[in-house]
Design a protein around this ligand. Structure first.
Ligand code: HEM
Length: 484
């Protein structure tokens, strides 16, 4: 008689001994999970490979039940030695559930809770206008602008450091670290995360090249954390008062007599590591969706005109009066969730769900893509249709699609900031610019999403593209009025 109930059903019949090893998807796993979900009524699914159990959730109700209602069991992270090897274990996203993670979370809460974000609005407004000016001046550098803009906001908030140009040594160091510290640039990374035993391959064997990549990543990440931190410390020692999250946390810590700076440094680094690339993905999707859909821009522009009369730039106070613009922001995250396969969790004890056994240490994958592309909830899921978030009277419905920020105790602590950055960028872009004709910059071909696909990474980026960026008749006046 088995000692425990059955595991949830497996989408593929396990092989003898190696079980589901051949079935673990390595390319755009979210699409495979979604297809399996369809075949199994979107019930939780189970894979087992090299002793590792994996549970795939395709249904939002299961995700809420497990990660929110049973959060004491489902808030852990898998032990990911690859991340440690690469120096990524500073990042709160990968911390095991426990006291160190709690300290990180408290610091994030202090800096990024909803009530705090309003104090950052002047920074977001200033940086958004600079972003618009850069887009108008150098439209071909769209990708670089989309990276620089969130980086400059996060850098200002966290370190009080204003980035002047993309040559700023801090930005160069940070970009290098983010690039080198992206595990998916390594062949077989997904397999190494799932099966850490592969990390025992020595450097000199074929497949052992990851050791050198990891060493470079560790060095770059350490520089990324130390460099801007040293600037804040320097300023404080020289009596220069420039508000920043790091200064605030340091002062609070000093008042309590705590002198361990590791949490502080790592929180600041995590905000960068977890906040910039994600927001860059969201902005890329914003430009792609708008340039593919001039009719969406037109409707949003007329909504904005009805509120501002196009005599001023939209401001955060206008947000409740602009439901269609809000619906665009919701549709962006639904249509192309930035982390389409979610971010893996782990169970910290055995559990039984719907009569099935989920053992301690299982990896839990919440398949965001499957949830936001479920045709029963979102008909024609591949279509970009902001109006799906509106009631017939034009007001917003109750679905804010914020599941793309995760669930429960590990939900993204930067979600309010991210939402405000993307909203202000969207509304000011629509008020001042007309976007059209997205093209592959290398071939000049029009973007066709069947051919020009989003990347196969945990954070799935839009294909590289440029688009025609034309100032609207109001652009100059609006931007000038703000700058005077
Ligand atoms: C569009 C932008 C963003 C998206 C789509 C996004 C998405 C996510 C997701 C899906 C998770 C995992 C949640 C879970 O396991 O339930 C996460 C975690 C996290 N995010 Fe974000 N994020 C964004 C922006 C930001 C920003 C701006 C910051 C910081 C300033 C940030 C900081 C973090 C941190 C620190 C974690 C780890 C939290 C933990 O494990 O306790 N994110 N984010």
């Amino acid at each position: 008689k088995p000692k425990h109930p059955e595991y949830p059903p497996s989408p593929k019949k396990p092989w003898p001994i190696i079980r589901n090893v051949p079935h673990v998807p390595t390319s755009r796993p979210w699409l495979t999970y979604t297809a399996w979900g369809k075949e199994h009524n979107n019930k939780p699914l189970h894979l087992e490979a090299l002793g590792q159990h994996m549970i795939i959730l395709n249904n939002v109700d299961d995700a809420i039940e497990l990660m929110e209602k049973r959060s004491s069991i489902y808030s852990d992270k898998p032990d990911m030695p690859l991340m440690t090897l690469m120096g990524l274990d500073f990042n709160a996203t990968f911390l095991r559930y426990g006291n160190i993670w709690r300290e990180h979370r408290k610091a994030f809460q202090l800096g990024f809770r909803k009530e705090m974000i309003g104090t950052y609005h002047p920074i977001i407004e200033l940086e958004t206008n600079k972003f618009l000016r850069r887009l108008i001046a150098h439209p071909k550098d769209l990708k670089e602008h989309c990276q620089f803009f969130p980086a400059s906001i996060v850098m200002s908030i966290v370190y009080g450091h204003e980035l002047e140009s993309s040559e700023d040594p801090i930005l160069v160091t940070t970009k290098r670290a983010i690039q080198l510290g992206n595990p998916t640039i390594m062949t077989g990374a997904l397999l190494m995360i799932t099966f850490p035993v592969l990390l025992n391959i020595p450097r000199w064997l074929p497949g052992g090249g990851f050791h050198d990549v990891a060493a470079r990543s560790r060095k770059a990440i350490s520089e990324m954390i130390e460099m801007p931190y040293a600037i804040v410390k320097d300023r404080m020692q020289n009596g220069v008062d420039k508000p920043s999250l790091v200064q605030d946390l340091l002062e609070k810590q000093e008042a309590k007599g705590v002198d361990d700076e590791s949490v502080l440094k790592n929180v600041a680094g995590s905000a960068f590591g977890a906040g910039v690339d994600t927001t860059d993905c969201a902005l890329g999707t914003l430009f792609l969706a708008l340039s593919l859909h001039p009719e969406v821009q037109k409707r949003a522009r007329s909504e904005i005109a009805s509120v501002t009369g196009m005599t001023r730039l939209p401001v955060f106070n206008d947000r409740p009066s602009l439901p269609y613009v809000e619906a665009i922001c919701r549709e962006l995250r639904r249509w192309r969730p930035e982390a389409p396969a979610g971010v893996p969790r782990a169970t910290s004890q055995d559990d039984i769900y719907q009569g099935y056994f989920i053992p301690k240490g299982s990896m839990i994958f919440f398949n965001t893509w499957g949830m936001t592309h479920n045709p029963d909830i979102y008909p024609d899921p591949e279509e970009f249709k902001p109006e799906r978030f509106l009631n017939t009277d034009g007001s917003l419905n109750d679905d804010d699609c914020h599941l793309t920020f995760g669930f429960g105790r590990r939900i993204c602590p930067g979600r309010y900031l991210a939402s405000d950055i993307v909203w202000l960028a969207a509304v000011r872009i629509i008020a001042t610019l007309e976007l059209s004709d997205p093209k592959d910059p290398a071939t000049g071909e029009s973007i066709d999403l069947d051919k020009h696909q989003y990347s196969n990474e945990t954070l799935s980026h839009p294909p590289r593209f440029i688009c025609t960026i034309k100032s609207t008749e109001y652009a100059d006046n609006l931007l000038r009025s703000e700058e005077e």
